[in-house]
Design a protein around this ligand. Structure first.
Ligand SMILES: [Mg+2]
Length: 254
């Protein structure tokens, strides 16, 4: 089995990844072109290396608290936020897009749009790290320190998700690779399975996880106690983030 290193990292955990290491996927493209681990130019990785893929929202990030502060920056109530989201994106079943919401709130006034945008930017730059769940950094670091490849896979408007991640200056440098998915995660997780690489997916969404497990039975998946871990009836074990680390899986025969 040949493993390919996803991103050549020369620095340590404190090194910031630049935008070249990010992927923006709106359509189910030929992912091999975008995922460096499938690139012919990528370098080889030692045998037996493993990859952990983390979801972001409600898995590592307390997205509920983030949304509350975003509402304050936008100067809307949570009810108004939901109503605007339904109006702008609901009927088209699109992901929330912050810039479109700001344009809507500004009503064609560029100065007002600029002011709202500046408040949002200040909030995300100054406070985003504080929205991580308490054990998030330690959990991600434990895999990285044990030699795992550590990837982030987040679903939503790629521009909005990238903006959120840009404020996570404590977390972002820990990832060897970031994947911004505009459609369904299962289509991208399929590539990990096809590669033969040992992959663990850490996710909070039970409904999505069951779909992934049904489509990709050989993918290792662990459900974490987050916002959507009970959005469907299931009998899966639910872990707290501080229970998830490489030794847990070593004990399970990894
Ligand atoms: Mg999630």
């Amino acid at each position: 089995m040949v493993f390919i290193q996803p991103v050549p990292i020369s620095g340590g955990a404190g090194r910031h990844l630049n935008s070249e290491n990010s992927i923006f996927l709106r359509q189910p493209l030929d992912v091999r072109r975008w995922l460096p681990q499938f690139s012919d130019a990528a370098t080889r990785q030692p045998e037996n290396s493993m990859t952990v893929v983390f979801d972001l929202d409600y898995t590592l990030l307390d997205t509920g608290r983030f949304k509350d502060r975003l509402c304050e920056a936008l100067e809307v109530t949570p009810d108004q936020f939901r109503a605007h989201s339904d109006k702008l994106f609901g009927s088209a079943r699109r992901h929330y897009d912050l810039m479109e919401h700001i344009r809507f709130l500004a009503g064609g006034d560029p100065a007002r749009a600029e002011a709202i945008s500046a408040r949002c930017e200040a909030m995300v730059q100054s406070r985003m790290n504080g929205f991580l769940f308490e054990s998030a950094l330690a959990c991600v670091r434990s895999f990285r320190d044990a030699g795992w490849q550590v990837h982030l896979m987040t679903l939503g408007s790629p521009a909005f998700q990238q903006w959120k991640v840009s404020g996570l200056t404590d977390l972002e440098p820990l990832f060897h690779h970031k994947i911004f998915v505009g459609t369904r995660k299962v289509e991208y997780l399929q590539r990990y399975v096809d590669s033969g690489e040992e992959t663990l997916f850490v996710n909070d969404n039970a409904r999505e996880s069951l779909e992934i497990m049904e489509t990709l039975p050989s993918l290792r998946l662990v459900l974490v106690n987050g916002g959507y871990c009970r959005n469907v009836e299931h009998s899966l074990p639910v872990f707290n983030l501080d229970q998830i680390n490489p030794s847990l899986f070593a004990e399970c025969g990894w």
